[in-house]
Design a protein around this ligand. Structure first.
Ligand code: FES
Length: 200
């Protein structure tokens, strides 16, 4: 009976070799190197970061104001608007912080905030004009500057009018008036304030 004894050093070496865990066997089995594997991890992390960034951008650009609250849309009934004339007194919309001005050339939604230093002005019926109590700026019922330290006309909000025939018309870049004759709906976007034009 013969026995073979392997050299001590070699035995340990063989044991160590077999005991060494195969590094990422699945990866090796699929022929993917460690470097490629790390690239995949890095790519996946980058994609996740981009997805999160995109989500954050979309979240911040989405409208965050509900209809009927300042910053959102206000829907008005044209039949409830002041009758149009050159001297028509505007009516306040306190929730929307705008004056509903319906004059001979159309409808405007005028901001209630004075363009000088931000006071709230009033409509003065006896003088048929807006007058600011802080420093005396005055404006017509169309929001045009008359006198005082205010640097520009009253600011206004973008409006869209929907007519009985289904057509629509939106105020221009200056927030110009839109006719509400034969209209069935007025929409005022208090999230879109348009600066009044400066005067000479
Ligand atoms: Fe209106 Fe100064 S804030 S005139």
């Amino acid at each position: 009976m013969t026995t073979t004894t392997a050299p001590r050093g070699k035995a340990v070496s063989a044991q160590t070799k077999s005991a060494t865990p195969a590094a990422t066997p699945d990866v090796q089995a699929q022929g993917v190197s460690r470097r490629e594997f790390l690239y995949y991890i890095w790519g996946a992390s980058l994609a996740l970061l981009l997805a999160e960034s995109s989500g954050a951008i979309i979240w911040f650009t989405l409208p965050r104001f509900r209809a009927g609250e300042f910053g959102g849309l206000f829907t008005l009934d044209p039949a409830a608007m002041p009758t149009a004339s050159t001297t028509t007194a505007p009516a306040p919309n306190s929730a929307g912080k705008f004056w509903m001005s319906n004059t001979d050339d159309g409808f405007r939604a005028l901001s209630m905030v004075c363009t000088h230093l931000g006071c709230l002005f009033k409509w003065v019926p006896t003088n048929t004009r807006f007058e600011c109590p802080c420093h005396g700026s005055k404006f017509t019922n169309k929001g045009n500057y008359i006198e005082g330290p205010a640097p520009r006309n009253l600011d206004r909000f973008a409006i869209t009018v929907t007519y009985n025939d289904g057509s629509t018309k939106t105020s221009d870049a200056n927030g110009g008036p839109v006719s509400i004759a034969n209209a069935r709906l007025i929409s005022v976007d208090t999230g879109k304030k348009i600066k009044g034009q400066t005067h000479g």
